[in-house]
Design a protein around this ligand. Structure first.
Ligand SMILES: [Zn+2]
Length: 83
């Protein structure tokens, strides 16, 4: 998403934060966003809401774990057989 689009999304939805349901990260439990914004982003980007219910820190960790898992699946066997 472009910065400009993100900013306008933020401006449009910041006013509902106080009355909206707080979303906690599915991994660490830290409150980081509100339900309406998550649902809006989910429909805009066509991504399931579950995938958006992680804080930035956990998103980074999860992405790193996915890359590592893929890497192990692809190269793990080759690496082991060489040793
Ligand atoms: Zn988290």
């Amino acid at each position: 998403m472009k910065d400009k689009e993100y900013k306008s999304l933020k401006e449009n939805y910041s006013y509902v934060v106080a009355e909206d349901e707080v979303v906690r990260c599915r991994r660490c439990g830290k409150p980081f966003d509100n339900k309406k914004k998550i649902m809006r982003v989910s429909s805009l980007l066509n991504i399931p809401t579950e995938e958006l219910e992680y804080c930035n820190e956990c998103k980074q960790t999860i992405t790193a774990e996915k890359i590592l898992k893929n890497w192990k699946e692809r190269f793990g066997e080759i690496r082991r057989s060489k040793i």
